[in-house]
Design a protein around this ligand. Structure first.
Ligand SMILES: Cc1cc2nc3c(=O)[nH]c(=O)nc-3n(C[C@H](O)[C@H](O)[C@H](O)COP(=O)(O)OP(=O)(O)OC[C@H]3O[C@@H](n4cnc5c(N)ncnc54)[C@H](O)[C@@H]3O)c2cc1C
Length: 296
């Protein structure tokens, strides 16, 4: 990988940075470079200096990532500075670097409903758009109007929701593009009712998920008409341990890091769950967690 230290003109650039602490699972090796542009304009200018064949990987909160133990030979982008957030009538407009919980809170305070689920998803908006995040029967695509993206040639483009082919945990972003911001259209509702709904969702979450240990949320997507957790539990793998990772005994679609788990430990459990469920039920479980620098 080439020397990107000159990107310091556009923000903060560091070489050979550990990614484990930048993921909620706490697993993974180093990135060749980590760049945090100081604002959107700096990012656009920097993008024009980055050769097109560079492996550029945007990272949000790292709450849906399993990163290889050997790390990645990539320029990792942290868009945390793109965190402008405003409401205008029934619309909410936010930069990709805003925490989804903060967006949910802002919408609630403005008496706007439709983003309550975001209070329970521990990611940034860019990751939420890329994953079409959702919970409790709501998802990003239900209320998204459009996004602004930055392509690898430095062009900014507005794309409407209908041109993103959004499905369950999937968004068809143009190849290599970065989400800069998003606009949502919500409905008016009593602010206290919206806040109460968020509190209820949060307490359901803490009762049913192993939130006391590092994890990456749901490891597999739910297959149509069923639940990955039910299937993994039904084949007897709840609580199964490999190295320092185990399939949670609270929620079988979560893998938790007991302290010092490696990517190999987590991958081993993912393979075991996938293969056992396939053998015993003939159902193919598809990972929801993004495997970065590693494969099944
Ligand atoms: C305890 C827990 C509970 C969870 N519950 C839910 C849930 O209920 N529903 C749900 O959907 N998910 C859930 N998740 C998973 C995760 O929070 C979501 O997928 C979230 O949207 C990821 O956001 P992030 O910022 O962490 O993205 P990251 O994990 O950092 O990245 C995810 C993907 O998005 C890409 N990406 C990030 N930013 C950008 C950008 N600006 N432009 C283009 N691509 C980008 C990354 O390259 C990567 O491919 C949970 C995770 C945890 C740990």
């Amino acid at each position: 990988m080439i020397d990107f230290s000159t990107l310091s003109d556009f923000g903060n650039i560091q070489a050979d940075v550990s990614l484990a602490s930048r993921t909620t699972l706490g697993v993974g090796g180093h990135a060749a470079w980590l760049f945090r542009p100081s604002d959107e304009m700096a990012l656009i200018q920097a993008m024009k200096k980055i050769p097109e064949d560079t492996y550029v990987f945007p990272i949000g909160r790292g709450s849906n990532l399993l990163i290889a133990d050997d790390g990645i030979d990539a320029l990792v982008l942290d868009l945390g500075a793109l965190n402008a957030l405003q409401t205008d009538g029934v619309q909410v407009v936010s930069g990709a670097g805003s925490r989804m919980s903060k967006i949910a809170q802002r919408a609630a305070t403005a008496g706007l409903s439709g983003l309550e689920f975001m209070a329970t998803v521990p990611g940034d908006l860019g990751g939420g758009i890329a994953m079409n995040a959702g919970a409790f029967g709501q998802q990003v695509s239900d209320v998204l109007v459009s996004i602004e993206v930055l392509s690898r040639d430095g062009q900014v483009q507005n794309i409407s929701r209908d041109n993103l082919a959004m499905q369950y945990r999937y968004t068809a972003l143009p190849q290599g593009s970065l989400v800069l911001s998003a606009t949502f259209s919500l409905v008016k509702k009593d602010a206290e009712e919206v806040k109460q709904a968020m509190r209820d969702m949060r307490s359901k979450r803490s009762a049913t998920q192993p939130l006391n240990l590092p994890n990456c949320g749901s490891v597999f997507k739910n297959p149509e008409g069923d639940f990955a957790a039910r299937l993994i539990e039904s084949v007897g793998l709840k609580g199964k341990q490999m190295g320092k990772a185990n399939i949670s005994d609270v929620h079988a679609n979560f893998i938790v890091n007991q302290g010092g788990a490696s990517c190999a430990d987590v991958l081993g459990l993912i393979r075991l769950a996938k293969n056992t469920v396939k053998q015993e039920t003939n159902i193919d479980l598809e990972p929801e967690v993004k495997l970065v620098g590693c494969t099944l």
